[in-house]
Design a binder for this molecule. Structure first.
Ligand code: HEM
Ligand code: HEM
Length: 227
């Protein structure tokens, strides 16, 4: 079996920038005092990354596209039966089960980044959408942001365990493929990373994120003004 280019450069960049940014998010919110401003900036960066990944999932190269890894439940079930087979073939992109885990991770991350916009540290800092939200929306977002951390930690733990399982038990080097892009697989290689398109989508994602952050609605007129 030949080594073929599977993961394009933007998808790899997205992954490792996301990992780094989430580390920053965790550290700035839980281990550091006075780092909330950085938590906000990095949170906006994550929002931009996620916007890019959604667009890339629609128009990026084959294996990055949602359509290529969101499969039917029947395929997931079939794949599940081969999970503990050591010599099962290496998928080109995400396998049918992994594909759904990726969607779940992205959904949780979107919820985390969006709910952050409505958060306050009750001292100096308010997310840009906090002033315009009413009490019940603030409570909901606060709940999502704090409970979301636990769910994220669980799914990231599962994700890293799965990667180790594939390496140790199934002898498939998924991590190095996420680094250099190449996998030993029978699946079709991608012909290019579509860097020009990626650059354009990055600019669009940054602009959309900037718009959501900078153009948040003003404070609503209510009894809130008294505190
Ligand atoms: C904050 C921690 C992490 C998060 C949130 C995360 C999230 C993700 C996401 C969203 C994807 C899908 C990529 C895409 O299609 O765009 C992915 C894939 C992947 N991640 Fe992570 N990741 C994390 C940490 C790690 C670490 C530490 C490793 C390596 C040790 C790793 C290895 C991989 C690999 C190998 C894939 C591709 C899996 C496959 O071949 O189907 N990830 N990850
Ligand atoms: C995916 C991106 C994000 C992650 C992973 C993340 C993670 C966290 C974590 C781990 C906490 C601590 C929760 C706790 O102690 O219960 C937290 C709290 C908080 N986050 Fe985020 N966050 C993200 C995005 C954002 C954004 C975009 C904003 C605002 C623009 C924001 C604002 C806040 C605030 C104000 C708190 C409360 C801090 C306090 O209680 O003193 N977060 N976040």
């Amino acid at each position: 079996m030949r080594r073929r280019l599977i993961w394009d450069i933007p998808t790899r960049l997205f992954h490792w920038l996301l990992v780094g940014a989430l580390l920053v998010q965790y550290v700035t919110a839980t281990w550091m005092d006075n780092a909330m401003q950085w938590h906000f900036y990095t949170g906006y960066f994550v929002l931009g990354l996620l916007t890019f990944r959604i667009l890339w999932g629609l128009v990026g190269p084959t294996h990055a596209r949602f359509a290529s890894f969101v499969t039917s439940p029947v395929q997931v079930f079939r794949y599940g039966k081969t999970l503990f087979r050591q010599n099962s073939h290496a998928y080109g992109g995400h396998n049918p089960l992994g594909g759904y885990v990726v969607i779940l991770m992205l959904a949780l991350l979107i919820s985390q980044a969006v709910s952050g916009l409505f958060m306050t540290d009750d001292i100096f800092m308010e997310g840009p959408w906090y002033p315009s939200a009413d009490e019940s929306l603030r409570d909901l977002m606060n709940y999502l942001h704090r409970a979301g951390v636990d769910w994220l930690l669980i799914i990231i733990g599962l994700h890293i365990s799965a990667v180790i399982f594939y390496k140790v038990y199934k002898k498939q080097a998924l991590t190095s493929a996420m680094l250099h892009g190449k996998k030993q697989t029978e699946a079709k290689a991608i012909s290019s990373s579509k860097l020009l398109l990626a650059g354009l989508l990055m600019i669009i994602s940054a602009a959309l994120t900037w718009y959501v952050v900078a153009e948040a609605p003003p404070e609503t007129e209510s009894e809130d003004v008294f505190y």
